[in-house]
Design a protein around this ligand. Structure first.
Ligand code: ATR
Length: 279
């Protein structure tokens, strides 16, 4: 069998997904291709799905601006994607399009790989900085992996409150100033806002210079890999978790949905680091 995979979104010409999935195909001896299907926001989703079916696409990834837009046009949506309110992976199963969201699970997998002890702690307490789509996906996944406390700090408090409402948890919604004062109350602090992303690499969401060093600091930004936020954490002697690992693990879970094969990440973290450094 020769698979046809791809990515829909705009702009996607710099996407790392073709590289990642081609490496996965090599690693699992799977024959196939991964193509970029670039469509602007104005393109009707029905037309895109028709096009992909005519090309016999088995599965595809979805990125901006279609992650929410595509949902009403799919035949089924899995529970996590529904709760997250966004789809990033679709499979063609016997002619039906089924949507998933692999971001949250991918994030947790990357964390399990680097910090397995975090998942043995009780209670497990996380603070998410940011209240956008990524925060929602990560909140849902941490909840699934039995985190006891998941609080959110966001500029727009209503957005954070809306995420918390979905869970049967005693989550707190904080301002960034409040969050800064209580970082030590958590086992992990996860930065999901776009603050600090290239080209604004001097920006950081938490102004404090000294981070409590008993906490893991994680940033989902991968350009740059070492954000100002993570630099501050490292300077304080705290453990850090880089964003590019999430990219690999969310792709691994998508590949698994499409092929039922789980590729080994192996040295791909280092390889991706080199690719990102060259950009
Ligand atoms: P994604 O899907 O990647 O999470 P998003 O939905 O646009 O992207 O969310 C971006 C997040 O970064 C939001 O939480 C946003 O805060 P608001 O909810 O208040 O809009 C946050 N963000 C972006 N720029 C910010 C800034 N300058 N200061 C504080 N938060 C910011």
């Amino acid at each position: 069998m020769v698979y046809r995979f791809g990515l829909i979104g705009y702009p996607i010409s710099h996407s790392l997904s073709p590289w990642i999935h081609e490496r996965f195909m090599e690693k699992t001896s799977t024959k196939g291709t991964y193509s970029l299907f670039e469509f602007t926001q104005q393109t009707p989703v029905e037309g895109i799905l028709k096009h992909l079916k005519s090309k016999n696409v088995h599965g595809f990834n979805v990125t901006v601006p279609f992650k929410q837009q595509i949902m009403p046009f799919l035949d089924e949506i899995d529970q996590i994607a529904n709760r997250t309110g966004a789809v990033n992976t679709v499979i063609n199963k016997n002619g039906k399009w089924i949507g998933y969201n692999t971001d949250g699970v991918g994030y947790v997998r990357s964390l399990q790989d680097k910090f397995p002890n975090l998942f043995k702690m009780t209670p497990r307490r996380a603070l998410i900085l940011g209240g956008g789509g990524a925060a929602r996906g990560i909140f849902t996944a941490l909840d699934q992996f039995h985190f006891d406390q998941i609080d959110i700090a966001n500029r727009t408090k209503e957005k954070a409150a809306a995420i918390c409402r979905h869970a049967n948890k005693d989550s707190q919604v904080l301002s960034f100033v409040e969050a800064e004062a209580k970082l030590a109350d958590y086992d992990i602090v996860i930065q999901t806002t776009s603050v600090g992303m290239k080209p604004n690499i001097e920006q950081t969401i938490i102004a404090n210079k000294d981070f409590p060093s008993n906490v893991i600091y994680s940033d989902i930004i991968y350009q740059p890999m070492k954000t100002k936020f993570l630099q501050q954490a490292e300077k304080s002697g705290a453990p850090v978790h880089y964003g590019h690992t999430m990219l690999l693990y969310q792709a691994q879970y998508a590949f698994e949905i499409w092929t039922r094969k789980k590729p080994d990440i192996g040295m791909m973290e280092d390889e991706l680091e080199q690719i990102l450094k060259g950009r």
